[in-house]
Design a protein around this ligand. Structure first.
Ligand code: AHR
Length: 500
């Protein structure tokens, strides 16, 4: 948790870090990814048979190697909007017998050459947990196919397709953005809440080890209030136990962007307020429904987040964003939010992991790490363990925000800060100086010894890695912790030292 005192721009900023104040454990799942059958994410992204860069499975080795650097704990699949009309059965069995189908979310053709077994094998190679998003109607057979241990039809079909042992897929989302007018089978909140609860029962009867994620909206909508109220109920044996609820997590999504730097980098603060509101809605549902205190409190699954302007990078054209330094700093602010709110966030999935609104791009000949790769890399490498107490005093940006409502509910400080204490005994402090023109000098109380410094910045906020050279990366240096540290304009700085 980071507390804040607003100063005038004439006063000197101050940061203080309190490693002994451990606030909450950071769930490693905040560094989860997302791969959808959309654009070039699967085909030409993670799966590219015949390319000399691919292995015998058709998996791009350069993509796997790069993603391993991010130490991704879980990957959501196969959508997204794609999930609305997908039937998993089309994507299993001998490849030459799989049907090609019209694809209605992004208006292409789905060959089904890549499906459940390929994705789960890819996850095993990457060393990550699969997180499946289901649609109602096809879900029970899919769970049985993936996790069934008995002598039953779909478990046997999996064995026939070459996989003897169950995959034990743990995370399952109960639909995706079912509130959205773009969805096939868009639902009212009443219809969704009823269906989700009934399907959750059936799924947990089939496999009680599943972790089920309710489909929320953006965390600030009446949809979120209603679905939580209807579905967070006292546990009923044998569907759930007195401690384990039927619904384990509530999903929310947010994409932000602005062509202007300061609205762009302050936009992710909408995610912070959305998490706070959702957290209160979870409590409210528990209070109103009389959920006993011993029953585990669901967490928030922020399973789509990123910088995305869907007009600039249209979904049906593959949503290939070309990210700037400003976008990288916005991603750093999102990650600061997830660290500050670690008590509530059980998982967060950057949307998406390859090519589609992604930090990692492929061509036939190799990969490019976009600007947004670098904050993700630094956070995933260092910002783990415990969220610890931090205090920031500095001036604030006072202009317009996007969404507009951020201005009326949040401070937007020049220095956006989060801090962690790792299990290795190191303190890590992430500081985003969002100012476009001013370096900001600040003491960092609590910093001690030799400080390792990692900086992400460039000459200007429009710098990009998509013009044939890497304009944005990480530079490493040290600081002796004496006096004040000069946080460069438009930069992310990660300070790291051994706790005393
Ligand atoms: O991530 C791209 C799309 O954005 C997803 O398919 C959908 O869930 C969201 O609207």
């Amino acid at each position: 948790m980071t507390t804040f005192t607003k100063l005038s721009d004439q006063e000197t900023p101050a940061i203080s870090i309190h490693p002994s104040r451990r606030i909450s454990k950071i769930n490693p799942n905040i560094y989860a990814g997302f791969t959808e059958h959309m654009g070039r994410c699967i085909y030409g992204g993670i799966y590219d048979p015949g390319n000399p860069l691919s292995d015998e499975n058709g998996f791009r080795k350069d993509v796997l190697e790069a993603l391993k650097e991010l130490n991704i704990p879980a990957v959501r699949y196969p959508g997204g909007n794609f999930m609305a009309t997908y039937h998993w059965i089309d994507g299993v069995g001998p490849r030459d017998q799989r049907p090609a189908r019209p694809e209605l979310a992004w208006l292409g053709t789905e060959t089904n050459h890549f499906g459940t077994d390929e994705f789960l094998k890819w996850c095993e190679i990457l060393g990550t947990e699969p997180y499946f998003c289901l649609n109602f109607g096809t879900a029970l057979g899919w769970v049985e196919y993936c996790n069934g241990k008995g002598n039953t039809y779909y478990a046997n079909l999996r064995r026939k397709n070459g996989r003897q042992e169950p995959y034990n897929v743990k995370y399952w989302a109960l639909g995706n953005e079912t509130w959205g007018p773009w969805q096939v089978e868009q639902m009212t909140r009443e219809a969704y809440a009823h269906k989700a609860y009934q399907w959750a029962k059936a799924l947990k009867l089939l496999d009680p080890s599943l972790v089920l994620v309710l489909c929320g909206q953006d965390g600030t909508a009446s949809w979120d209030y209603y679905t939580l109220k209807q579905c967070l109920l006292p546990a009923h044996s044998p569907l759930s136990t007195s401690t384990v609820p039927l619904i384990d997590m509530h999903s929310i999504h947010l994409y932000t962007s602005s062509p202007s730097h300061l609205p762009n980098v302050t936009a992710p603060l909408a995610a912070e307020r959305a998490i706070e509101i959702t957290s209160s809605l979870i409590d409210l549902a528990r209070i109103e429904n009389g959920v006993p205190p011993g029953q585990l409190r669901p967490t928030i699954c922020f399973d789509e987040w990123n910088v995305w302007d869907p007009i600039r990078a249209e979904g049906s054209k593959g949503a290939e964003e070309s990210y700037t330094l400003s976008d990288a700093l916005a991603v750093a602010v999102y990650l600061n939010v997830f660290i500050r709110k670690s008590k509530d966030v059980g998982m967060a999935c950057i949307a998406q992991s390859v090519n589609v609104i992604s930090p990692l791009m492929t061509s036939k000949d190799g990969i490019t790490k976009q600007t947004t790769w670098w904050p993700l890399y630094l956070f995933s490498r260092f910002m783990r363990g415990w969220t610890i107490g931090a205090h920031v005093a500095c001036g604030t940006y006072e202009g317009e925000t996007s969404p507009k409502w951020v201005r009326s509910v949040k401070d937007t400080p020049w220095l956006d800060v989060s801090a962690t204490l790792g299990d290795d005994g190191y303190v890590n402090v992430a500081v985003v100086n969002i100012h476009e023109e001013k370096d900001l000098e600040s003491k960092v109380d609590g910093a001690t010894g030799e400080i390792s410094v990692f900086t992400v910045t460039a000459g200007d906020v429009a710098a990009s890695n998509m013009k044939g050279k890497q304009e944005v990366g990480v530079t490493e240096s040290t600081w002796d912790a004496k006096g004040a540290y000069l946080f460069p304009k438009h930069s992310l700085t990660l300070l790291r030292w051994k706790a005393e």
